[in-house]
Design a protein around this ligand. Structure first.
Ligand SMILES: *[C@@H]1O[C@H](CO)[C@@H](O)[C@H](O)[C@H]1NC(C)=O
Ligand SMILES: *[C@@H]1O[C@H](CO)[C@@H](O)[C@H](O)[C@H]1NC(C)=O
Ligand SMILES: *[C@@H]1O[C@H](CO)[C@@H](O)[C@H](O)[C@H]1NC(C)=O
Length: 568
């Protein structure tokens, strides 16, 4: 009934708005069906306002990619010679032709758009559903995420006028669906917290077998306790979905686990899209507390920024990823390391959008920023455990221009954590730096899982750290959490401490890590993880094996070996 009524309404509106001249519309993007977990609730009200964003085609992405690899590959003469903001912007700014074509189209359709990125490649504007349907030959409808009740107005396909082809990259939100659950880890409390002696890290405290604390990570990965010295070397932690990082909890955490540093050590708050950071103890967020406690508490002396991204963003349920990357790209001196423990299944996103965001990470990488994301917590079934037949890769882990962090557990031996998401992208082809590592794995794997994963896709994760039984403080209580959400901040701390030493020695920060990690020197500085697997989709998932594997990547870090590997 709903569908019939909406059809009539839409036809009427098309008559009113339709121009008499035949339009030459070209299908631009479509998806095969509604993503798992969502259902169609009916047509969207024609007068409902849609906040849309439009990306223009960037001018020279191939050259950006070439330069990114050039400055990130240790054997290159230009290794570490990162690009300036202006150099990157010049490479990717849309051409005047594209700007003119899109402006002419906006004018013709009476659309008042606002530029929202530094290079003018992203615009935003508001139109009623009826006009959006007309402009893009779309069918914007109301979809609901059944489990959380989250509602989204989306279309399963859209077209653009032929004259915009090659100029307009994508319209969002259209076929990309939101990820209402994020990757949030589950907090279990209370547990018996044991204070540990903090003077020596030579041996791994036996308590690390049941709970992981900073002392455990320092011992397992040889992370130094000495203070970093470079105040310019910032580590940024992103926070979404009203996850607040609680200062009092951080203090309790440091008082218990870092008696060697001031318990008042904290982070600096940055906000965007109306983000805030409530200090009401009952609103402390598991993810935000975990991420700040394991950066401030591990990256000793490194200035940590907590970037709280609010709900005012208009980026269509992408959790603010788009706004975050535009915000950081506009900074003259961005943080050297950014860690994000959120993500979503790749198949919920438009491939154009995934590629666009991935290129934004390449831009930051070219400027010397290390972009780290947690790989996800559903093993081969994606960001979170779900039923599936084919394996589900996660975003942005499939993007070749960032570093995806998986999880391990235990230390004798250190083993893959079974929730550690890993696999192969369906959107991004395998990058050169990874081909030999991945083909070695696929060969060793034989026919296991064949047909369930894309053997030509970018493999992930790249690296792993401990990710189970992390002890945190939440609302004044001690408890533990599991997830690759634990791993990304841990790695971010290690990379930040390496950057501090590099900068002190007059060298560049590491920037985009992967070409280094996959080099012989980089891989040799990691502990290869060869046991465990990441079950899902009714299978045992991928087994960890010697060398790279899609559960633990190349392995886990060893700070002392990494110091040598980076030439210190
Ligand atoms: C910490 O060190 C003290 C003195 O060296 C010792 O008595 C105590 O047992 C140690 N505690 C732990 C948990 O190792
Ligand atoms: C703290 O948050 C809780 C839950 O949101 C709320 O009920 C309470 O009133 C808040 N307390 C203060 C002091 O704002
Ligand atoms: C597999 O990955 C390749 C490379 O990214 C891609 O072109 C292809 O479409 C993918 N296949 C499927 C079935 O998704």
């Amino acid at each position: 009934m709903f569908a019939t009524r909406s059809f009539l309404l839409l036809s009427l509106i098309a008559l009113v708005l339709g121009k008499p001249t035949a339009r030459n519309m070209k299908l631009h993007e479509s998806r095969e069906g509604i993503p798992d977990g969502f259902s169609l609730r009916g047509a969207a009200q024609p007068d409902r306002t849609l906040k849309l964003r439009l990306a223009l085609v960037q001018s020279n992405v191939a050259e950006l990619e070439r330069k990114l690899m050039d400055v990130s590959t240790p054997s290159s003469a230009n290794y570490g010679k990162h690009l300036s903001k202006a150099e990157v912007e010049q490479l990717v700014a849309p051409t005047q032709n594209s700007v003119d074509a899109v402006n002419a189209w906006l004018k013709e359709n009476d659309i008042n758009a606002k530029t929202i990125s530094a290079t003018g490649d992203w615009l935003s504007f508001e139109v009623p559903v009826s006009k959006a349907n007309y402009l893009f030959d779309a069918d914007f409808s109301v979809y609901m995420h059944d489990e959380t009740g989250t509602e989204a107005v989306r279309t399963l396909s859209y077209s653009v006028p032929a004259e915009l082809q090659g100029h307009l990259d994508l319209v969002h939100p259209t076929i990309t669906f939101p990820n209402p659950r994020g990757l949030l880890p589950v907090f279990s409390a209370p547990i018996k917290a044991e204070a540990q002696n903090l003077t020596s890290r030579a041996t791994i405290p036996s308590s690390c077998a049941s709970t992981i604390t900073p002392a455990c990570l320092q011992a397992i990965y040889n992370i130094p306790l000495t203070r970093a010295t470079k105040s310019s070397n910032k580590l940024a932690v992103t926070g979404y979905i009203e996850q607040y990082a609680n200062q009092a909890d951080l203090k309790t955490f440091l008082t218990r686990f870092r008696t060697d540093i001031s318990s008042s050590t904290s982070f600096t708050l940055q906000t965007l899209d109306g983000g805030s950071n409530s200090q009401n103890s009952s609103e402390a967020g598991v993810e935000a507390n975990l991420d700040t406690q394991y950066t401030v508490g591990l990256a000793t002396g490194v200035p940590v920024n907590f970037l709280s991204v609010g709900e005012d963003n208009q980026d269509g349920g992408l959790q603010g990823f788009l706004d975050t990357v535009n915000y950081i790209s506009k900074m003259d001196t961005p943080p050297n390391v950014i860690t994000t423990s959120y993500g979503q299944n790749e198949n919920t996103m438009s491939s154009n959008l995934a590629i666009n965001l991935c290129n934004a990470y390449a831009q930051l990488g070219a400027r010397g920023v290390s972009i780290l994301f947690a790989s996800g917590d559903g093993g081969v079934s994606g960001s979170q455990s779900s039923s599936c037949s084919k394996f589900v890769p996660t975003f942005p882990s499939g993007c070749p221009f960032m570093t995806s962090v998986g999880a391990t557990q235990g230390f004798s031996p250190e083993t893959a954590a079974e929730f550690s998401a890993g696999g192969f992208s369906n959107y991004f082809a395998i990058p050169d730096y990874q081909t030999s590592a991945v083909s070695g794995y696929i060969k060793a794997l034989g026919s296991t899982n064949s047909g369930r994963y894309n053997a030509t896709g970018r493999g992930f994760p790249d690296i792993a750290t401990q990710g189970a039984n992390f002890e945190i403080v939440l609302g004044g209580r001690f408890g533990t959490v599991d997830g690759t959400s634990c791993s990304s901040p841990t790695l971010a701390s290690i990379i930040s401490l390496l950057n501090d030493r590099l900068i002190a020695a007059g060298k560049s920060p590491l920037g985009f890590l992967n070409p280094f990690l996959y080099s012989h020197t980089g891989a040799s500085a990691l502990n290869d993880i060869t046991s465990g697997s990441n079950p899902g989709c009714g299978t045992n998932g991928f087994p960890a094996k010697a060398g790279w594997d899609p559960v633990t990547g190349l392995g886990t870090p060893d700070f002392n070996k990494l110091l040598k590997a980076v030439g210190l």
